[in-house]
Design a protein around this ligand. Structure first.
Ligand SMILES: [Zn+2]
Length: 357
């Protein structure tokens, strides 16, 4: 198994697949999946949905894209680790997951019903899976192999996210000749920013204004400031409440100033929770026990394709693969961890054959 995993990983890692440019990797994977007896289709965004077998399928999902290009990747194997030479990311997020799935399927001596999703643009806010409709998938339970945590980690809860755009409109005027005629949008923004609550606004909820833009010249009273931000919370209702609270702060900050504002929110994706007593957690625990894998079911404050798939009505958790330092040039993955994950996945799929036969 070890050799197969390493070999698949090397082949996948050699293909550059930054978000939006996953085509070559998808083509390669399509050939491999055909060879494993899957029928597959690509959706309008380029994501792969592949299926095999009769009955209710178990869904397995990885993303094809990497957070940035890996052109020039120098792949190194040092002891138990596969790492990058240090001038690019490794792309183990999420190619480690794909390599594990391929190696496991080649090794498998039963034919579980499976639905595989290889998504594009996960790193761009899950744009790939967001394009899916409920009728695109048949599975009711699923596993995303994509968490930057040790093997055994089962992410059963993650927050949803709201995108925020705030525009403050003042009035432009010559800063020296006639400053009294202006309404300074920068100063109005400062009033608002000064009143903001802490980033961790309540337990299980955060918000951040991460981008601010405004002004064109030092001799002009700034007429317009734009701020971009996000709100995250385990509770979808909390995101709505926090947005209302921020808008109220903004309204009060601008009161009597003559300035006005636009406050726009967009629901980016919902949070999810797969309860501890759900059957998919039981399946994971049952198949981990004989291998001595410690299952650690917990929440994680980050979005993944699991958010979007849960939103489609599928109970999906996200599993740790042993990838470390995701999104950095220090990214590395333990070969032993990938082997352990593959052994666990094999057990899970055998259980699935047995339970659903
Ligand atoms: Zn990832």
């Amino acid at each position: 198994m070890r050799e197969k995993i390493i070999e698949h990983f090397q082949v996948l890692a050699a293909i550059d697949s930054p978000s939006g440019k996953e085509r070559e990797l998808a083509d390669k994977l399509a050939v491999l999946l055909h060879g494993l007896g899957f029928s597959l289709r690509r959706d309008s965004q380029g994501s792969i949905i592949a299926s095999r077998g009769q009955g209710e399928p178990l869904l397995l999902c990885c993303h094809l894209d990497t957070v940035e290009s890996t052109v020039g990747l120098e792949l190194k194997i040092e002891g138990d680790y596969i790492k990058s030479g240090g001038s690019t990311i490794l792309g183990a997020d999420d190619k480690a997951g794909i390599a594990i799935i391929l190696a496991t399927l080649e090794n498998l001596d039963c034919q579980p019903a499976l639905e595989l999703v290889f998504s594009v643009q996960e790193e761009k806010g899950m744009e790939g899976t967001k394009a899916f409709k409920p009728e695109d998938l048949r599975a009711k339970w699923g596993l995303v192999l994509d968490a930057g945590e040790p093997v055994g980690a089962v992410i059963n809860q993650a927050p949803g996210e709201t995108e925020m755009e705030i525009v403050i409109h003042g009035r432009g005027a010559h800063a020296a000749a006639n400053p009294e005629a202006g309404i300074d949008a920068i100063r109005l923004a400062a009033r608002f920013i000064d009143r903001l609550p802490p980033h961790r606004i309540s337990e299980g909820s955060t918000f951040n204004l991460g981008v601010i833009q405004g002004g064109k010249a030092t001799n002009t009273i700034c007429p317009r400031v734009q701020m971009l931000g996000e709100i995250r919370s385990f509770e979808d209702s909390q995101r709505v409440r926090i947005a209302a609270e921020l808008e109220s702060l903004l309204r009060n900050a601008l009161a009597g100033s003559g300035g006005r504002y636009d406050f726009r929110c967009r629901d980016s994706y919902s949070g999810y929770l797969v309860e501890d007593d759900h059957g998919i957690i039981g399946l994971l625990q049952r198949s981990a026990a004989p291998l001595g894998i410690q299952v650690d079911v917990h929440s994680r404050f980050a979005g993944s394709d699991a958010n979007i798939l849960n939103g489609l009505g599928i109970a999906v958790v996200n599993l740790g693969l042993g990838v470390e330092g995701n999104h950095s040039f220090e990214e590395r993955v333990s070969i032993a961890a990938m082997e352990m994950m593959a052994a666990w996945l094999e057990k899970i799929l055998k259980e699935w054959c047995h339970d659903r036969a």
